[in-house]
Design a protein around this ligand. Sequence first.
Ligand code: AVJ
Ligand code: FE
Length: 451
Amino acid sequence: GGRAAEENLRARIAAELDAGRARSVGLTLEALDETELVAQHSPLMSPLVWDLAHVGNYEEQWLLRTVAGGEALRPDIDVLYDAFENPRAERVGLPLLSPREAEDYNARVRDRVLDALDRAAFDAGTPLLDGGFVYHLVIQHEHQHDETMLATHQLRRGAPVLADPPSPPAPGAFAGPDEVLVEAGPFTMGTTADPWAYDNERPAHTVEVPAFWIDTRAVTNARYLEFVADGGYDDPRWWSTRGWGWRTASGKRGPAFWTDDGSGGVLRRRLGRVEPLPMDEPVQHVSFHEAEAYARWSGKRLPTEPEWEKAARYDPATGRSLRFPWGSAEPGEGRANLGQRLLRPAAAGTYPAGAAPSGALQMLGDVWEWTSSDFHGYPGFEAFPYPEYSEVFFGGDYKVLRGGSWATHPTAVRATFRNWDHPIRRQIFSGFRCARDAEGAAAAGAVQGAV
Ligand code: AVJ
Ligand code: FE
């Protein structure tokens, strides 16, 4: 009945809030000393102590002030932790809470939130509360910042501070095809009812997609190395005009964090560890421009966003779109590499139990996958609960990435989830897979509008 369902949801929310905080603390107070927490490790990133207090301040604003109607604890610090007021490169100069003050502030907010949660209702008549929406918003927000913190860890110089995780599962011999055909036809893109979905995933709408082929696996380091060795970075034929401009102005000659081993091999730096480049892992830390250039060199292209989502969740047997590639069961260890469990991508071709009905593997986890699509609102989009989450980025210089990475928490990704970044960015855990038109299909980009 309703009472029991409400109790279950309260318990789930409390547990998820707790897990998110443990993760944040593990990446900050438990990992690094004060000097490193307040330092700016890259102009692209905030000091870690900013992310830490920002998640507490977001929680105060949404769960204490807005939902519980509680008195504001620290309205004076809102301006410091407003992402729009303060560009990342400038946050180090603000009078931020110290790590200890942030810890104390976050704990005080959380105490009151848990107190109010005991009395919370998830009233279907109130969009903010319906199905637990605003709690899910806050839970996912913290996890998204935790992934951002991991990107800061990756950029930071120095010895490893995060404990060695278990090894990735052995991929086994992959016997499947390199590509799968997704037949032409309509499918349901986005979602209306999912209480975890952001405004930009809404509403569900029908999209007509011409037939296309998509790679079953992400492009590996081995394959990407072939592109590099073939002079891919010296040949403007493979690059868009903008991409070539970025390539030449930046001087980049390979993915971020790759280095020469001095005898013709490649090493990569990963969270402070320097190790031989694992050839069967998906390439990561490539920009959209690099992904696009590789795709053209290989005779293919990047998938559009509707193609990616159809390959990830459309089940032709039922005509329905699934929440996850494998169905509705929560992601488990056997299905996807998520939640910073491995601190790296697993080999391309792992997790057969996580395959989509299309046959594509690892559509969730491992690496974010660049698509060729610009970030925009779906037909019928309504900003909710605030335009600064998604809407202000629509029409900007952003490409959509899909599927989450090894650093993405399972609660913060699903087959409808949309991420976005500038096409030059490489600090995120980004890779890609390729696609191509099926024989007789309309050219790339000819995806029909919504019905
Ligand atoms: C969806 C990852 C692009 O980090 O800028 C965090 C998520 N929004 N706080 C970002 C977000 C507000 C967002 N991305
Ligand atoms: Fe934020």
